[in-house]
Write a protein that binds this ligand. Structure first.
Ligand code: SF4
Ligand code: SF4
Length: 388
C-alpha cells in the first residue's frame, strides 16, 4: 500500500501570537488537510467523540470540537456531535455536559448515536471476517453522510493504546442488538458471557462493584460475589481493574485487535469512500481509556494534532510520536521506572501496542506507511493556504 498523508501540527507555542496557539493552528490544519473535500453542502456530518466518564476528564477539549463544528459548517455541512451508549444514556448525556460537551459549547446538537436505550442500530455484515461476521452499527453513524472522528490518543488497559481505530470499532457500535442481546460485549471477550469469578483469588476489595457501569455486580460481605448476567454488557472493566485477577475475561490481545479491526471495517463500510476524516489529539496522554472512572497524569508531554483520511496511518504516526517522547516524571511511567523514550504505552499497560495496527492493516483498513506533513505557524505571516 502506498504511504498515506498525515497532517501534523505541534502542541508547542513559542511565539506570543494567538495564530501560533494550538486551536488556531488546528483551524489551519483542517484547511491544509482539505476538510472541505470530504463534505458536500447540506450533508449531515457526525463528529464522533468519546464523552468520557465521571472522573475521567482528560478527553478532547471542547474548544477543538467547536472548531471542528465551525469548519464543517463553513464547508456547508450540518454537524452533530455524537458518541455511543456506555452507561445509561441519560446519565451519559449528563457526563458529556460535565466534561464540557453541550449544544452551546460545541455549536451543534450533542446526541447519543444509538439512542436512549442503546438499541438504535443497523446490522452490518463484515465480509471476510474471522470472528465478527456481523455487528450493529449505531444508527446516527450508519445514516450520516460523512464523519469527522476526533480521538483522544492515550493508553488502554486491554489494547495498549486507544486512538482512531478503537474509536471506530468499539465506539461506532451499540452495546445491544435490537432484541437486547450483547453486541459490543462480543468484542471484549471470546466467550460472550460475563466475567468468571474465582473466589479463592478475591480479596473482596469492592473495586469491581464500584467500576461496573450497569451495577451488575453485588458483593455480600466476604462471602460471595454475583454478576447479574441479564444486566452485564461484557465491557470487561471489572476484570481489567481487579488487582487480584479474580475476574477473568477470556481474550488475547491479538484476538481483541482482530475484533476491533472487523468492527471498524463494518463502521467504515457504511460510508462512501473519502467521507471520513480522522483527527488524533496527542494531548494529556493518560495511561488508560477515557471510559475508566479516573484519569491519571499524562505519561508523555503533549505532542499535537494529527489528521488523515487513513485511520491506520494516523494511529501509526501517533504511536510513533508517543514512542519517541520522553516519559514524564510524576506519572505512571515514573512508577514503572521509565526514563528513556520508547514504547511507554506498551510498558505501562503490559500490552503490545503494535497488534491493533497490524491487524487493521491486514484487514485492509489502511496503511501503516505514512508521509508526515507539518504545519508550522510563525505568527500572522504563516497561513496554511500558503502551504497548500
Ligand atoms: S475487584 Fe477483584 S478482588 Fe476486588 S472484589 Fe472484585 S473480584 Fe474481588
Ligand atoms: S463486564 Fe463487569 S463491569 Fe462490565 S457490565 Fe459486566 S459486570 Fe459490569
Amino acid at each position: 500500500m502506498p504511504a498515506s498523508k498525515v497532517y501534523f501540527t505541534s502542541a508547542r507555542c513559542t511565539v506570543w501570537d494567538s495564530s501560533c496557539s494550538l486551536p488556531f493552528k488546528y483551524d489551519q490544519l483542517l484547511l491544509l488537510a482539505g476538510l472541505k473535500k470530504y463534505i458536500s453542502p447540506k450533508e449531515k456530518v457526525a463528529v464522533k467523540i468519546h464523552f468520557g466518564s465521571q472522573g475521567c476528564f482528560r478527553t478532547v477539549r471542547p474548544v477543538f470540537v467547536r472548531k471542528t463544528v465551525d469548519a464543517i459548517k463553513a464547508a456547508g455541512g450540518r454537524p452533530f456531535v455524537t458518541d455511543t451508549t456506555r452507561i445509561d444514556s441519560l446519565e451519559y448525556l449528563e457526563v458529556a455536559a460535565y466534561n464540557g460537551y453541550t449544544h452551546l459549547t460545541c455549536g451543534a446538537p450533542v446526541i447519543i448515536a444509538d439512542g436512549l436505550f442503546g438499541k438504535d442500530a443497523v446490522t452490518v455484515k463484515v465480509p471476510g471476517a474471522k470472528h465478527i461476521q456481523e455487528i450493529d452499527v449505531a444508527s446516527a453513524i450508519y445514516h450520516a453522510d460523512a464523519m469527522v472522528v476526533l480521538s483522544h490518543f492515550k493508553g488502554h488497559i486491554q489494547a495498549g493504546f486507544g486512538g482512531a481505530i478503537k474509536n471506530m470499532g468499539m465506539g461506532g457500535v451499540s452495546p445491544f442488538t435490537h432484541c437486547g442481546h450483547n453486541n459490543r460485549g462480543r468484542l471484549h471477550s471470546v466467550s460472550a458471557t460475563p466475567p468468571e469469578w474465582q473466589k479463592g483469588k478475591c480479596t473482596f476489595c469492592g473495586r469491581c462493584e464500584k467500576v461496573c457501569p450497569t451495577k451488575s455486580i453485588s458483593i455480600k460481605g466476604k462471602e460471595s460475589l454475583k454478576v447479574n448476567k441479564d444486566l452485564c454488557w461484557i465491557c470487561g472493566r471489572c476484570a481489567r481493574i481487579c488487582p487480584a485477577e479474580a475476574l477473568a475475561m477470556p481474550i488475547t490481545s491479538e484476538r481483541l485487535a482482530i475484533h476491533i479491526a472487523e468492527a471498524s471495517k463494518a463502521v467504515i463500510s457504511t460510508f462512501k469512500p473519502k467521507k471520513i476524516i480522522y483527527v488524533n489529539f496527542i494531548m494529556e496522554v493518560q495511561p488508560e481509556c477515557d471510559c475508566m472512572p479516573v484519569a491519571d497524569t499524562p505519561v508523555v508531554q503533549d505532542q499535537g494534532i494529527l489528521i488523515s483520511d487513513d485511520l491506520v496511518a494516523v494511529d501509526r504516526a501517533s504511536l510513533d510520536m508517543v514512542n519517541r517522547a520522553k516519559p514524564l516524571p510524576q506519572s505512571r511511567a515514573e512508577d514503572y521506572g521509565l526514563k528513556e523514550a520508547g514504547e511507554v504505552l506498551s510498558k505501562v499497560n503490559k500490552r503490545d501496542t503494535n497488534i491493533t495496527i497490524e491487524q487493521s492493516e491486514k484487514y485492509g483498513l489502511g496503511s501503516s506507511k505514512y508521509e508526515l506533513i507539518e504545519y508550522k505557524s510563525e505568527g500572522k505571516a504563516g497561513k496554511a493556504e500558503e502551504h497548500i
